[in-house]
Design a protein around this ligand. Structure first.
Ligand code: FAD
Length: 456
């Protein structure tokens, strides 16, 4: 076991970010008795759900000096999970009665409804009083003692307040990183791209279809974004082509219901005359290539002397995707796993961190944590799973949630939530056009609302 913390101790904790992760982290830390400061560089809560027309000046978002636009949300975005499944466990994402017309009562609502829900959450639990808005964390590093050694469990945080340009340098006992993971784009490698004359961009900078009117557009990727955006753009574009590396080399399929939307295998090369050649042998003349190829974990403010690294999108070493053993429990991360139901998982991770910090929940020794991580890496390697999939969960998220819940002494994920996640996935794959408006899991919705009555 790690040196035990005196039980139920309160600490001074910094949370970086006031998105869905930071909000629930702040609530759980305060509930546990810690004093909390949340740093948020935007002027409101909600993180990625704060839709903006603004896009970054560099359409590929690779210029490190660019001014960052945080949100990746596009105008037509509706959730890809039903609201009952998506919400925090004890603050259900239900249809709010008596609220303004701008609320969206649909089961798979628009991005603005998610933002409104997060604002409701912040209000209900008075989170805003803990937040320093428009204050960006620029550096987080282990604090150095007066004798020159690193003070275990102490962190120096440098932050910058936007309006008055006030730089602040403070010491905290612990830091919880909730900075979001959909900001720093990953790009596909395309042979010949340096001399291709068309326009390239990342889906991070996509907002509306209008700029693509009468254009020929190629999207790369097979994510929810590629799926949604290709159909959004098809409303106005001349032709839309989706290239995907996981498709068979000879793939060339017209999307049902469309005369000008095709699925292809990956791009083989692009050329000076503006043409794009796919692995299936098709050649087309293209105006725009959009990378819908996901994002990289990025912690530009974090200085850990190499104790936490991002290597091919593996953040490590992290015990249970949360604590780096070298700094546990004084540094932690929320929201690293992907292919999950995020909000309820953030809630469990937050409860765990809060309880470990107060000394109520024990952690294994540093050596045991490292051993477990080593075993995980070896297992992934033996299964031929690339590093960049280390934090992908899917079905295993429920086992993970179950483990977190047992550590925290709270109930495990509701059976209806699991089933709803799985049935939605099946419907999404079978009926990508209609899954948000037609469903047959009414019994699960009833069970969810029975549970929700506990929190009314
Ligand atoms: P974010 O929401 O990104 O919040 C991070 C916060 O940290 C931001 O407010 C940012 O300003 C702040 N910040 C960052 N760096 C600093 C700094 N240095 N100093 C101070 N503040 C900082 N999830 C679902 O459940 N359902 C969906 O349908 C769904 N659809 C999605 C669609 C898209 C296009 C994207 C990108 C994501 C989607 N997600 C969906 C996942 C979504 O990211 C999570 O639901 C969740 O909102 C992530 O919350 P977060 O707090 O981890 O990050």
């Amino acid at each position: 076991m790690a040196p035990s913390l005196s039980p139920i101790r309160s600490h001074h904790v910094a949370v970086i970010g006031a998105g869905a992760a930071g909000l629930v982290a702040a609530r759980e830390l305060r509930r546990e008795g810690h004093s909390v400061v949340v740093f948020e560089r935007q002027k409101q809560v909600g993180g990625t759900w704060i839709y903006t027309d603004h896009i970054e000046p560099d359409p590929l978002s690779v210029d490190p000096t660019r001014s960052v636009v945080h949100s990746s949300v596009y105008g037509s975005l509706r959730t890809n999970l039903p609201r009952e499944c998506m919400g925090y466990r004890d603050f259900p994402f239900t249809i709010r009665s008596g609220v303004s017309e701008s609320r969206d009562p649909r089961r798979f609502p628009s991005h603005s409804e998610v933002l409104a829900y997060l604002q409701d959450f912040a209000k209900e639990f008075a989170i805003e009083e803990m937040i320093r808005f428009e204050t960006a964390v620029v550096k987080v590093a282990p604090a150095v003692d007066s004798d020159g050694g690193e003070g275990i469990g102490k962190w120096r945080i440098e932050s910058m307040e936007k309006e008055k340009k006030v730089r602040c340098d403070e010491i905290y006992d612990a830091v919880v990183v909730c900075n979001g993971h959909y900001i720093e784009p990953r790009l596909a490698e395309i042979p010949g791209i340096s001399s291709w004359p068309g326009k390239e961009m990342h889906s991070h900078n996509y907002r509306t279809p209008e700029p693509f009117r009468d254009q020929v557009v190629v999207l790369i990727g097979n994510s929810a974004s590629a799926d949604d955006i290709s159909r959004d753009i098809a409303r106005v574009a001349k032709e839309v082509h989706v290239a995907c590396r996981s498709n068979e080399a000879d793939t060339f399929i017209k999307r049902p219901g469309y005369s000008h939307l095709w699925m292809h295998s990956m791009i083989e090369s692009v050329h000076e005359d503006g043409s794009v050649v796919f692995q299936n042998g098709k050649t087309i003349s293209v105006d725009v290539i959009m990378h819908c190829t996901g994002y990289k974990y990025h912690f530009p403010f974090l200085e850990t002397n190499g104790n936490v690294t991002v290597d091919d999108n593996r953040v490590g070493p992290l015990y249970k995707d949360v604590f780096p053993p070298a700094f546990a429990p004084w540094l932690s991360f929320i929201g690293i796993p992907w292919k999950v139901v995020p909000f309820p998982m953030f809630e469990l991770q937050s409860k765990w961190i809060a309880g470990v910090l107060s000394g109520r929940i024990p952690l294994p020794s540093k050596e045991d944590m490292l051993m477990e991580i080593k075993t995980l890496y070896a297992t992934l390697e033996a299964q031929g799973i690339a590093k960049r999939y280390t934090h992908q969960m899917g079905i295993t998220q429920f086992e993970y949630n179950h483990w977190l819940a047992s550590q925290c002494g709270c109930s495990e994920t509701e059976e209806w939530r699991k089933e709803m996640y799985l049935t939605t996935g099946v419907r999404k794959r079978a009926h990508p056009e209609t899954y948000r408006d037609e469903w047959d899991d009414h019994h699960l919705v009833s069970q969810a609302y029975q549970d929700f009555s506990l929190y009314a």
